[in-house]
Write a new protein. Sequence first.
Length: 504
Amino acid sequence: MAGEKITTRAEDYSQWYLDIVNRAGLSENSAVRGCMVIKPNGYAIWERMQRALDRMFKETGHVNAYFPLFIPKSYLAKEEEMAEGFAKECAVVTHYRLKSVPGKGIEVDPEARLEEELIIRPTSETIIWNTYKNWIQSYRDLPLLINQWANVVRWEMRTRLFLRTAEFLWQEGHTAHATSEEAEEETRRMVEVYKQFAEDYMAMPVLVGPKSEGQKFPGAVYTLCIEAMMQDKKALQAGTSHFLGQNFAKAFDVKFQSAQGKQEFAWATSWGVSTRLIGGLIMTHSDDQGLVLPPRLAPTHVSIVPIGKNDEERKAVVEAAQKLKAAIQALPRDDFFGYEPIEVKIDTDFDKSPGFRFNEIELKGVPVRVEIGPKDLAQNACVIGRRDIPGKDGKLMGIPLAEAPARIDALLREIQKSLFNRAKAYRDASLHTCDSYAEFQERIEKEGGFFLCHWDGTRETEDKIAAETKATIRCIPFDRPAEPGICMVTGKPSKGRVVLARSY
RNA sequence: CGGGGCGUAGCUCAGCCUGGUAGAGCGCUUGGUUUGGGACCAAGAAGUCGCAGGUUCGAAUCCUGUCGCCCCGACCA
């Protein structure tokens, strides 16, 4: 396995993605169809994401709680649109006991059929609003701002590691408010939190805005999203925030008494991001050498590679590496790394050649690599390599060891910025304005990308475009120019441009 | 659920057409030599050939069934 190069993006983009996931040890397919095992290297990235997001949720007034995995089947039926949207992909629990059958092993005990079948949550609105009914009586109980970190199951027909799996990890925020305005504010606030997380931590530029009617969450009045462009120019829905109106309050009879003494239904939002973000992270930054991680989400920030031929040399370079590690970790901490120390690993695997070790570290996406060999030590220096410029090109030679910690600290911040800038330049270069449907059809096929086009706002036209081009309306960006025009398909009036793209 | 492909060592795969002792490369283990961009030598461990049945003196190989995986399509807030 080691020693082999990964498939290049130009050769086969899907295979490249799978190679990165495999070789960087992020996840693998499990014995259960459609379900992945998240391996330690992959889970460490998720933990970093969780930490940053959780802090942002707390800062906006939310608290965590936990609701059950199982949902009575009848709950799903209470909100009609949701039932319709999710019915086709629900796993159902029908029995609560097995029995041992001599000669046949273990079988489901037919005597142990559940009176009411349970579905495994595809999302938790129903069980949560059923609970909120008991929690909300007065306007003084509002707003209720709750988040949960959980797993959900959606029985997908075709799965891809991280991007679409039958079971995945996510967070789902579920809030209740006294007024429509407050709930809409919350919906907007949380999509902005997602944007900030995507751009500041993942270094992944996103478009922000509502989904079209055809693409919104079932049960929502409207859905806001962040939408990112991958390196193959396909779109990835990276996070969604839904304004649910009073749909769930009505379905579960959640009323409160207002200050004026009236009984009113509560207003709801829900919002979520998932382990899919890891797929987005990979496809935004990684290259043909392997994974590239933005420093703020990298589990290891710096790998030090001591180089030496014999015990005497090795002892000296390892000592220098340890001293450097201590000096880096003693740097003052700030918000950039969440007030945590810079993570430094020392790679003492002298049995492998230095070249092999450099390549392995690049493959794993570590942002900064430091090389310390006898030649460096002779002049009290080291070599610093940056992952965003792989190979020898990114090496800074002869950095004095005394200066190295400060240089590394600055470099990590620079890499974070440069990854974002590079991704944004790439995205912007493939963000086109297009007024002719014929031109759109040709370009979406030949070059791909995001296309800002006029659309008449109807479901029929959206469906027609999807059927003919496999492209969907990804987002109606908030910052689109207020520029009325005519729909490129039907010639009917359009209020402004929407973003069309093929997507994951 | 339709169309195509594939199940042989941890991984990638050859062997199957034309039945006759289970193979290679990588990885792994041990020992030695190496080490500044994917080192080398030697020895070694490792496989119910997806599963079940059938044909045959004899099946990885032929036949039937079955399970699983991958790709394309349908589906996907």
